[in-house]
Design a protein around this ligand. Structure first.
Ligand SMILES: Cc1cc2nc3c(=O)[nH]c(=O)nc-3n(C[C@H](O)[C@H](O)[C@H](O)COP(=O)(O)O)c2cc1C
Length: 509
């Protein structure tokens, strides 16, 4: 036997020994798992079917992905179906968004809107850009004027990652839209891109709190000193979890996030389920006045609609106190809004959907003569042009989207925002997962998406016979009824007249 043969036979022997060793280890491992499963008392399936029972949990986990990629039809998935997500992906990548052959959207689903095409659409040469709107005009030192239609809804730094905030900030600047900070305070990354910013004051007052957790006027002034910060939004509630504060697990509270919020590193960041200093409509109006005084900028609040009586009372108190006391804007969030983390009972059952709440609140403001004074921002699954055009027609002045922009950043709807494992780096603080999210690249997608939405809403407006998106109104929409036939939107929600006692006050302003 020459040396080469000897070496070969030794390698085979080592190989065989190693294989036996690995098999042996495998058997010991499986035996251990068997004993663990058989003796544990928490999980029935594992106790009754040791070892193999574990596959159930694995398949349950990966089933989500299999259903998404292989089995769910285009319009089936929740919260967002593939047809809508794909539109956003293509818009963000600036690739062709046209589709062929025919729509996969059933056109006779009860409650769905359809737009009324005009026999004489607006010709391309006659279209107009969206008009400027001024928020807080005549009632704030520094009102905010913008013609943006779709903007970035609040997502706190903490719920989303540093590269995500950076990409959104740069993208918002490129598209000329605003970005809401969410309740986690203002970081240098929000400011980095140079976009307009709406600062959100959450129930924990992150970023504007004293050591004791109370609202600090000095800190409000510091935030307002940034010229990029255009407005302040008091978060009363959020569609996904009315009556529950923000939940940021300790694993996501990094040093930077702790500093931005004014809290301790690594500790669960759980904000109160309501403002400890707002217990009534009067308290809310007092708070609006206080923030406005400290900042000189428009102040509004965000809420999901529950009791309509709240809005009636709000309007009555505003008239008692005078128009200057009114919020400059109200953000209406939908019960089906998104979140980084929320308890399922609140997510599934609380509050009104934007489709129902938006026209109702608009009508209350009209009845009290406050429609022009208070601007309305609407949010909740309004991420494709058709839905945004509906919201404008229903009466919204602006739209904000959170998850639309997450899709633009590359979100694959993995439903893991509440863990630190987001595979696309958007809602995780793990460096390895953030590597794929390159802010410079994704900022372009954010801007592309916003621009394409605007273009799409424009297409609908022009087809309805109006020159710009904000000229859409309820006359342009019909709503599908239970029998498959459609009814004019304005017949379901007829425009109310102003209550006589308020006509004079409104006319004098
Ligand atoms: C990851 C994530 C974080 C969020 N953080 C906040 C927040 O800090 N403050 C807030 O008011 N809303 C927050 N929201 C809710 C959104 O701002 C928005 O109101 C809601 O998702 C509806 O819009 P959408 O359907 O376009 O996502 C968050 C949503 C998501 C998905």
């Amino acid at each position: 036997m020459d040396t080469l043969q000897l070496l070969a036979s030794q390698i085979i022997q080592w190989g065989a020994l190693t294989l036996m060793f690995i098999i042996g280890l495998g058997i010991i491992y499986i035996a251990t798992i068997y004993v663990i499963d058989k003796t544990q008392t928490e999980q029935t399936i594992r106790r009754n079917y040791p070892v193999v029972g574990r596959f159930r949990y694995f398949f349950e986990h990966i089933g989500e992905f299999f259903r998404q990629y292989f089995f769910a039809m285009d319009r089936e998935e929740l919260p967002f179906n593939r047809a809508d997500r794909s539109w956003v992906y293509r818009a963000a990548k600036k690739v062709d968004t046209t589709i062929a052959f025919g729509s996969t959207r059933p056109l006779n689903t009860q409650g769905d809107p359809i737009f009324i095409n005009c026999p004489f659409p607006v010709l391309d040469k006659d279209v107009m850009p969206s008009q400027d709107i001024t928020i807080g005009e005549g009632f704030t030192d520094i009102p905010y004027t913008t013609n943006s239609i779709i903007n970035i809804s609040g997502m706190s730094f903490g719920a989303i990652s540093k590269p995500a905030v950076r990409a959104l900030s740069k993208g918002a600047k490129a598209a000329g839209i605003w970005m809401n900070t969410g309740e986690g305070g203002l970081s240098p990354y929000h400011l980095e891109g140079g976009c307009d910013i709406v600062f959100q004051i959450g129930t924990a007052k992150y970023g504007v709190r004293t050591k004791e957790g109370e609202l600090s006027d000095d800190k409000l002034r510091d935030i307002a000193a940034h010229s990029q910060v255009k407005m302040f939004e008091i978060k009363m509630s959020q569609g996904a979890k009315p009556g529950k504060g923000g939940i940021l697990p300790g694993g996501k509270v990094t040093e930077e996030i702790a500093k931005t919020r004014g809290i301790e590193v690594g500790e669960d960041s759980i904000s109160p389920n309501g403002h400890e200093d707002i217990h009534s409509v009067d308290d809310l109006l007092d708070m609006i006045e206080r923030v406005k005084k400290a900042t000189g900028k428009p102040v509004g609040f965000k809420t999901v609609v529950g009791h309509l009586h709240f809005f009636n009372e709000l309007c009555e108190k505003i008239h008692e106190r005078g128009l200057q006391s009114a919020p400059d804007f109200i953000t209406l969030d939908s019960a089906d809004g998104g979140t980084g983390a929320a308890p399922q009972p609140l997510m599934d059952y609380m509050g009104m959907d934007i489709q129902e709440s938006l026209p109702l609140v608009i009508d209350i403001l009209i009845a009290y003569g406050l429609r022009n004074r208070i601007k309305i921002i609407a949010s909740g699954k309004l991420l494709v042009p058709g839905k945004i055009a509906w919201a404008l027609a229903a009466g919204a002045d602006f739209i904000t989207s959170a998850r639309g922009f997450m899709f633009a950043l590359g979100c694959i709807q993995a439903l893991q925002c509440n863990k630190n494992t987001c595979p696309t780096g958007i809602t995780t603080h793990k460096k390895s997962l953030q590597e794929g999210l390159v802010p410079e690249d994704k900022a372009k997608r954010v801007a592309n998406y916003a621009n394409k939405v605007l273009y799409g809403v424009g297409l609908i407006a022009h087809s309805c016979g109006v020159k710009e998106p904000r000229a859409l109104n309820r006359k342009h929409v019909r709503i599908i009824q239970h029998n498959g036939r459609s009814t004019p939107f304005e017949e379901i929600y007829p425009t109310p007249s102003i209550k006589t006692e308020y006509v004079k006050i409104v006319e004098s302003n």
